[in-house]
Ligand binder design. Structure first.
Ligand code: ZN
Length: 558
């Protein structure tokens, strides 16, 4: 207990989730405290940030391509409005309050995505689980009955790239995206072709040409393969119907999205170099040999980018900061997947959300160690570290995933956090990280634990971080100043505790010890009074919940 007066805001309010370290693996539904009937307060939860990127190294043709790709992405934005809501014109023009209108724009409809789709205005009604992808009056039962009656038609109704509508007789029909949205998709396709004609990198040219065809044929596979084959491009665009989260009814329908990206070639080549150390770092893990007998791949396709345009699905609600594609399993088997870390979007969230949290919960004497460079490095090494350890148990219980069942994800995320710091420490000791200060990585990690705990217990990241917090605190890795409620890291104990936690996790995984993990996670997933007060202090400070972007060619001087 502390003598400092504490906020009495209920812990439920502390459930505002901030950002995902691995958005690629787990879309985290961010939630925020209710602010019903107060558009200004609702809007205040979003910090507005300019989306820019270093463009000095771009060629003249690349500078000409970017505005074309942004226009193509704008078509995706309009199409996502159609999928999520319908005709946005009358909706927006009927809203007199400019704050409220902006909220509706940010959310692609009159429901707050950060607050479980709560209505933001009278008359909105409850958002349909199937958004505007199915007839509003259609029930699950009706859909399933139609699919059972005619299996061929059922395939079309369930297809990733169709919307479901009613025919004149009232029956359900599937309309391919290329027909339902032919005008806008045709325009986007033309824009991609124009960009392709400017592309100097042959891989990029081929991808853009194939993607242009995919948009008007609903067949994306060849373009996905071409995207994986493309390695030396500087400009990238992720565009088309991709993720299925907007379809809360069945998860069948892909939503239109568009990212225009500029590759950070320096960070990307550093990542490739770090991944090449995985085999030797595996040998150095603090566990007996049997727990590190697999050889990790050293060629992770992991790159860093700055995003210069977000459109449609990825721009709705919580902003994506990492991408893992393609989703097509046939292409995955043939080509693997690529992970894209979105550096400037992470920086926006770091500045607007993580740094203010550190102002409250990290002791003033160590606050200078909370840096974006450390945060970015921790995130990158987290990603690379998923490749360390073993995928199969050493006790004949099959894969780790089979043995640890629903505990798998949270333990794996905790592993990646802890081994990410292990990698950083080991590479630092080998002189691979230049003059980077390890203290930055450790203190920034502690600050980000608080951020992640607020994802809540339904998120693997939330549970992983809560476990790490309790375990490391028990080991004396950091300590709260009772007068200020802020934490100070003990660097020696931090290293020892991280090693102890790494050993514990790697053994749980290797042994496939489901009972052991379950008991450990249950014990370590408690929020005691001290942590509860910390989280309430952060809630009371009204730190933004998410960011929204100002974006466009003019911000890049194009
Ligand atoms: Zn992860």
């Amino acid at each position: 207990m502390t003598p400092k007066p504490r906020s009495t805001i209920a812990l439920a309010l502390a459930a505002i989730a901030l950002m995902a370290g691995c958005a690629t693996e787990e879309p985290v539904g961010e939630t925020a405290a209710p602010v019903k009937d107060d558009p200004a307060a609702r809007l205040a939860r979003y910090a507005t940030v300019d989306l820019t990127a270093p463009t000095g190294a771009l060629t003249e043709k690349e500078r000409q391509m970017i505005p074309l790709l942004m226009q193509a992405a704008q078509e995706m934005d309009a199409l996502f409005w159609e999928q999520a809501y319908g005709d946005k014109g009358p909706l927006l023009s009927g809203i007199a309050d400019s704050n409220l209108r902006r909220i509706v724009e940010i959310n692609y409809g009159p429901w707050d995505r950060l607050e479980g789709n709560a209505e933001v205005m009278d008359g909105a009604g409850k958002k349909a689980d199937g958004a505007n992808l199915y007839p509003k009056d259609m029930t699950k039962e009706e859909f399933e009955a139609a699919c059972a009656k005619a299996p061929d038609k059922g395939e079309a109704l369930k297809n990733l790239y169709t919307i479901v509508r009613r025919d004149e007789a009232g029956g359900l029909i599937a309309v391919p995206y290329s027909k339902a949205f032919s005008e806008r998709l045709g325009r986007a396709s033309d824009l991609l072709k124009q960009a392709a004609a400017l592309a100097e990198d042959p891989g990029l040219r081929r991808y853009l040409e194939l993607r242009a065809t995919a948009l008007v044929t609903d067949d994306y596979r060849a373009s996905d393969v071409a995207w994986m084959d493309m390695k030396d491009n500087t400009i990238d665009v992720v565009i088309g119907p991709i993720e299925t989260y907007e379809d809360q009814l069945f998860g069948y329908k892909a939503s239109f999205t568009g990212y225009v990206l500029v590759k950070d070639k320096e960070w990307s080549s550093r990542l490739a170099r770090y991944a090449s150390f995985l085999p030797s770092l595996q040998e150095g893990l603090p566990v007996p040999a049997a727990y590190k007998s697999e050889r990790p791949g050293a060629d992770a396709d992991l790159n860093a980018y700055d995003v210069v345009y977000y459109a449609g699905d990825c721009n709705a609600g919580s902003k994506t900061i990492a991408i893992n594609l393609p989703n097509d399993e046939t292409v995955q088997l043939e080509k693997g997947t690529r992970r894209l870390q979105l550096k400037n979007a992470m920086k926006a969230k770091f500045d607007q959300i993580l740094r203010p949290i550190a102002q409250i919960l990290i002791d003033a004497k160590q606050r200078q160690h909370v840096t974006f460079d450390a945060f970015f490095a921790n995130t990158m090494f987290h990603e690379v570290s998923h490749g360390l350890g073993i995928k199969n148990t050493i006790t004949g219980k099959g894969t780790v995933r089979q043995a640890l069942k629903e505990q798998t994800s949270a333990l794996e995320e905790a592993k990646a956090d802890v081994l990410g710091l292990y990698m950083i420490t080991a590479l630092h000791d080998r002189g691979e990280l230049g003059d980077a200060d390890l203290k930055d990585n450790y203190v920034t990690f502690v600050a980000s634990i608080f951020r992640s705990i607020r994802f809540g217990a339904t998120s693997a990241h939330g549970r992983a971080n809560l476990m790490a917090f309790n375990f490391l605190r028990e080991g004396g890795a950091f300590k709260e100043d009772e007068a200020t409620g802020a934490y100070t890291v003990d660097f020696d104990k931090m290293k020892q505790s991280l090693n102890a936690l790494a050993e514990k996790i790697l053994k749980f995984q290797g042994d496939g010890d489901y009972e052991g993990v379950t008991a450990f996670m249950t014990a370590m997933n408690a929020i005691d009074d001290q942590l509860g007060y910390n989280l309430a202090d952060v809630s009371a400070a009204r730190i933004p919940v998410d960011v929204v972007f100002r974006q466009g060619p003019e911000l890049l001087g194009m």
